[in-house]
Design a protein around this ligand. Structure first.
Ligand SMILES: Cc1cc2nc3c(=O)[nH]c(=O)nc-3n(C[C@H](O)[C@H](O)[C@H](O)COP(=O)(O)OP(=O)(O)OC[C@H]3O[C@@H](n4cnc5c(N)ncnc54)[C@H](O)[C@@H]3O)c2cc1C
Length: 390
């Protein structure tokens, strides 16, 4: 067996694992990433999975040295948000001007973010291994590092970060318990060509069957949709032809962008809320979707994960990794801060979803009033815009 040592092993080279790898490498740590896939490639066509990145996430990507590369390739900044309810007068609209910002966020394809983070990580000497058949042998203790077997290698690490997504094997191996509920919804995603340009406006309409988001892509006449549809309706939509799906989008969005046409394959993701009740065990800690997955209705999942990266990199700076007591103290601070933000976000998503997901006429009336108010009260609108920017 060949013995290898690293300071920090990150399982999962998605956007969260790779961003963390870049920041830790800039702190002078030896970092190894275990990722089952090869580097995501850039395509000419707009990819299906996109993320709405807030200012904080973009700043973090800047620190990783990746944002300039991403921005040069293809991004869709948006300057205005419109949210409305199909069945009531409820309507909110706010713009970057309300908060004196240049924009409210940017829509970026996931594979573009991952491609450039990977490139940066390699430039920073991060050792990225294409590995699926790794096995955690132990979680380390006061005197010894955690250990993996990797083919004929024994890899030891002072810290293991599970950034391996919602079905995290690291989390399962460490027996970190989770709380979850199934939204009984599927997130249907597709790229839709529209007759009218989106003009850099992110739109979301709340329907009795679930929220439909129309996100402005870098192409003026293409939006990326995320339709979080209730289960029976989702199945009906998925059984439709691409032409019929586009007609549904056109009708349910009130033809706000004119005639619609499907311009990509259609994919569906089961939607589930999940968070780990414990994030840490010995020399193992979680980050990103491995620690929490939330409803995509406010497009905050990746942003929340980048918040983990920022905090984790900060608490790890200059700590003596070998000293498990010191390490645990820092990790404890990370977990407390990030759990608090995750819980806030989950509560906000629930309030939104319940407030809008209802067919109860009294609640519908109330939400119309609640929504009409902020549209006229500037301080409230500003607050909402600030939340969107966080
Ligand atoms: C429909 C939909 C729309 C969304 N829209 C937005 C949005 O607009 N804005 C936003 O902020 N968020 C959004 N999200 C959430 C966002 O996509 C996720 O939060 C984000 O991708 C999480 O990144 P991650 O790196 O933690 O996990 P993942 O992206 O799941 O990456 C995990 C990585 O680990 C690797 N891996 C897994 N298991 C192993 C293993 N055993 N061995 C080796 N490697 C492994 C995987 O190959 C993958 O590369 C959306 C989610 C959905 C479902």
């Amino acid at each position: 067996m060949i013995r290898q040592q690293t300071d920090i092993a990150i399982v999962g080279g998605g956007m969260i694992g790779l961003a963390l790898a870049c920041l830790l490498a800039t702190q002078g740590r030896r970092v190894t990433v275990l990722e089952r896939h090869t580097q995501p490639q850039l395509g000419d066509e707009l990819a299906l999975r996109v993320s709405a990145l807030n200012a904080r996430s973009r700043k973090l990507l800047e620190q990783c040295g990746a944002w300039a590369l991403i921005a040069q390739h293809r991004t869709g900044p948006y300057h205005r948000m419109q949210v409305w309810d199909k069945d009531s007068p409820a309507h909110i609209e706010f713009s970057a001007q309300d908060v004196n910002a240049d924009d409210l966020g940017a829509i970026v394809e996931n594979n573009v973010i991952e491609h450039f983070l990977w490139q940066r990580a390699q430039a920073l000497q991060v050792d990225i291994r294409q590995a699926e058949d790794w096995k955690l042998l132990n979680a380390g203790d006061e005197d010894s590092p955690a250990e993996f077997s990797l083919g004929n290698e024994l890899l030891s690490a002072q810290l293991v970060v599970g950034a391996d997504g919602g079905r995290s094997q690291v989390r399962q191996w460490a027996e970190l318990p989770i709380t979850f509920w199934d939204y009984q919804q599927q997130g249907i995603v597709a790229n839709i060509k529209t007759e009218r340009p989106h003009q850099g406006v992110a739109r979301q309409v709340f329907l009795p069957t679930g929220p439909l988001a129309l996100l402005p892509t870098p192409e003026a006449h293409t939006v990326s949709i995320v339709w979080s549809a209730d289960q029976p309706f989702a199945e009906q939509l998925l059984a439709e032809s691409p032409e019929r799906l586009a007609k549904w989008v056109e009708a349910e969005s009130g033809r706000i962008l004119g005639a619609c046409e499907t311009a990509s394959p259609v994919k569906a993701f089961p939607l589930r809320m999940q968070y780990a009740r414990r994030w840490q065990h010995q020399r193992i800690v979680l980050a990103g979707d491995a620690a929490h997955t939330i409803h995509p209705l406010a497009g905050q999942g990746a942003n929340l994960g980048f918040g983990d990266v920022q905090e984790l990199a900060q608490v790890l700076a200059e700590v003596e990794l070998k000293d498990l007591r010191a390490l645990s103290r820092r990790l404890g601070a990370y977990v407390r801060t990030r759990k608090a933000e995750t819980q806030l976000m989950i509560a906000a998503m629930e309030a939104f979803k319940r407030g809008f997901g209802t067919a109860n006429p009294i609640l519908k009336g109330l939400r119309a009033i609640a929504f009409a108010l902020p549209n006229h009260v500037t301080p409230l609108k500003r607050k909402l815009a600030e939340i969107a920017l966080r």
